[in-house]
Design a protein around this ligand. Structure first.
Ligand SMILES: [Zn+2]
Length: 480
């Protein structure tokens, strides 16, 4: 366990997860005797205790405030564990849509992880938490509105729009005059339904920023959308099936907006059930009602569409919902959006194993695939894949595999532009595999090299998990 930090003018960052990796995000901030925890995720490539951040390395009873940036599992799925199974006693905050979606997502997460470890009834040691833990912790979570500042014993924080997924927030935290901005996962591109990330009106001394895509460049949105619809159209035209593994909520809704519009534009060839589109998730209906409820938190484009047509843009004409595969009759070409997004288990994995032996079929990866998951493995186009229910059985892989990213993380140019706008003298990189993160660090340092040696020098840190970063602010900050 990390030793206590003496109460000086130094700020400490301590990563319990999500440092030099993507997954199990959890970061600790300490300044002037206050402790803030950012996110509480799990690692999608691991199971049970192994999927948790390194909670044993920090005394969680010290945490005053825990802020959750968004509902994705790698940022939120260990929260019930923290609240119910550790000595954590702090207050927990998230935005309204995050809390609404978090509830359904995590009860599904409990179900899925329980199936992997025996029956749902016997909650063995392997299960991180139960439905009861989830329900009890849920009542204690407090919600925040965007742009309104909350003060908990001298820790002030404000949520800003982060883009990425519905409800996602960046948090600007202020302790004794020192301001820290945590981006969580964020995007700057205007998409079909979300506001892009904003720059807070007050400057920040420290920026904690994601580095998922490192120094890579995204393809322009128009050409990405065209590629997506054309690939799918070509596949179904020759009688193939298309599997889009998606995380149940968030980016899946963006893909649905694109496909529903395209199907309406090509109604003669594809419409009225000729080529059905399915959204297969235990959560489909519940989740869509959350999206339909929070249209007022989305961007102007989609709100205008809502006003003009008087119909909810998340009520799709060409997409039907499937709760499970029992009700699915697999005749002829179809397009299937199924969760989970990294093909670890569940519906998307079952369909992958069913469809991958046929070369007519297409698996189209649109999200970010974490190291160690089936989605990441599949991109390498292996000859065969192991069956989930019987690891001794391998299944030939002849289907086409393509990747078009709609993951809604910033690329290098967008990230750099945002980092420059924030203008923080200290930058801490998180949420990226070591290589892309290392490249991003070098690129940022060379970008800011003209300031080197001046009083405006920019420092960039890429710490590993459980390695503290201490930054002195002696005499600079005056408590206001
Ligand atoms: Zn995310």
């Amino acid at each position: 366990m990390i030793e206590d930090k003496p109460d000086t003018n130094s700020f400490r960052f301590f990563g319990l997860g999500g440092s030099n990796e993507v997954g199990r995000s959890c970061h600790i901030l300490q300044y002037k005797g206050k402790t803030v925890m950012l996110d509480a995720g799990v690692h999608p490539a691991h199971q049970g205790i192994a999927s948790l951040p390194f909670y044993d390395e920090f005394n969680l009873s010290k945490v005053d405030v825990l802020l959750i940036s968004h509902f994705h599992l790698d940022h939120a799925a260990s929260l019930p564990y923290v609240m119910q199974r550790t000595n954590f006693q702090g207050r927990v905050f998230m935005t309204h849509p995050t809390k609404a979606i978090y509830r359904w997502l995590l009860s599904d997460f409990v179900k899925v992880t329980n199936i992997g470890n025996g029956t749902a009834a016997s909650s063995g040691d392997e299960n991180l938490y139960t439905d009861e833990d989830l329900a009890e912790s849920f009542d204690k979570i407090e919600t925040v509105d965007f742009h309104s500042t909350i003060d908990v014993n001298g820790i002030k924080f404000t949520a800003y729009h982060a883009g990425h997924v519905l409800g996602a927030a960046m948090f600007q935290v202020e302790i004794a005059g020192l301001r820290i901005l945590f981006t969580g996962d964020y995007s700057r591109e205007l998409d079909r339904h979300l506001n892009s990330a904003e720059v807070p009106s007050l400057p920040s001394d420290i920026l904690i920023v994601e580095s998922t895509f490192g120094t890579a460049t995204h393809e322009p949105r128009v050409s990405k959308e065209r590629k997506l619809t054309q690939l799918i159209h070509t596949t179904v035209a020759k009688g193939g099936r298309v599997l889009l593994p998606v995380f149940a909520l968030g980016r899946a809704q963006e893909i649905m907006l694109i496909l529903d519009e395209y199907w309406s534009q090509h109604a003669e060839e594809l419409g009225t059930g000729q080529v059905p589109i399915f959204y297969a998730s235990n959560l489909a209906r519940k989740c869509m009602s959350v999206f339909q409820t929070y249209v007022n938190m989305m961007n102007d484009k989609i709100r205008k569409k809502f006003r003009d047509s008087q119909t909810n843009p998340f009520i799709f004409k060409n997409i039907s919902y499937l709760k499970n595969l029992d009700e699915f009759q697999d005749f002829g070409p179809s397009v299937m959006l199924a969760s989970p997004g990294m093909l670890q288990n569940g519906l998307s994995r079952d369909l992958l194993e069913k469809w991958c032996p046929d070369e007519k079929n297409l698996v189209l990866i649109t999200g970010y695939s974490v190291e160690g998951t089936m989605a990441k493995f599949l991109i390498l186009e292996p000859e065969s894949i192991p069956s989930i229910n019987n690891p001794d059985v391998t299944i030939p892989r002849r289907c086409q595999v393509e990747e078009i990213s709609f993951a809604a993380h910033v690329d290098f140019r967008e990230n750099l532009e945002f980092v420059e706008k924030i203008g923080a003298p200290s930058i801490i990189l998180v949420h990226g595999e070591s290589n892309p993160m290392g490249r991003l660090k070098s690129a940022l340092l060379s970008n800011f090299s003209p300031l080197k040696g001046t009083e405006n020098e920019v420092h960039v840190y890429n710490p590993r998990n459980c390695v503290a970063v201490d930054i002195e602010f002696k005499g600079v900050k005056i408590a206001k």
